[in-house]
Design a binder for this molecule. Sequence first.
Ligand code: F3S
Length: 284
Amino acid sequence: MAQEVRVAKTAGFCFGVERAVSKVYEQIAKGGTPIYTYGPIIHNEEVVKDLEAKGVQVLESREELARLKEGCVIIRSHGVGRDIYELLEANGIQIVDATCPFVKKIHHIVEQQIQEGRRVIVVGNSHHPEVEGIRGWGNDTTLTVENAEEIENLPLKEGEKLCIVAQTTFNYNKFQDLVEKFPKKRYDILVLNTICNATQERQVEAKRIASQVDAMIVIGGRHSSNTQKLFEICQKECRNTYYIQTLGDLDPECVNSVRSVGITAGASTPKNIIEEVHTNVRIK
Ligand code: F3S
């Protein structure tokens, strides 16, 4: 039996996702109307399946939204563009807005800066739903860039007024490097760092715990890139690091013979899975 088990405080859902998932359960409790989420509320099959079993349907496209005649649509933490609100309002569909407040803040910035005559440049992955949503608060001049080559090819005019924002999960150092590619002498630039610290805080805490324990457990989906990253970070600090999806993947032998065990989890791992692993490691 491990004598000491430490669970990272930042393990699992970030604030925005936690909030979005609870809004869905609140809506289920209220009942009375069909409930839809626009895209899966979280990248976790178990949670989505549980919600489906409780009657929540996932809609994937704008066309599906447009066909709705009744019910309530929950907008997930990634947020959506203005057109989606307009579409739902026009059709009399109830909106439960679970957009993460940090993302909502970017929407407001984009709207406001455009009104003030600045061209908005979003640094992030143009195919990511969050970035699509942010662009949806911009106008024809709004652009997205992800790397240095893309910046070179931007159709910018000398002296243009720019406002640069970032996708919340963008890497801070990469953002700084890209911002520097916009020559200050050529443009009037306003840079707003809109990166959210949740991912970084989770990584810093995982690294600290992994460096202090005999074995480290990282819980998360096999395809979750943020869990893979956590695993890499922990493995560098602690040779006995184990990557599991659920308790069933954990070989008890690995943690039975050590004095201390650390536990962390990726952004889409629900609390109950973390707790199950915690309880099991503790009482073994
Ligand atoms: Fe999560 Fe919101 Fe940050 S969804 S990662 S807390 S921007």
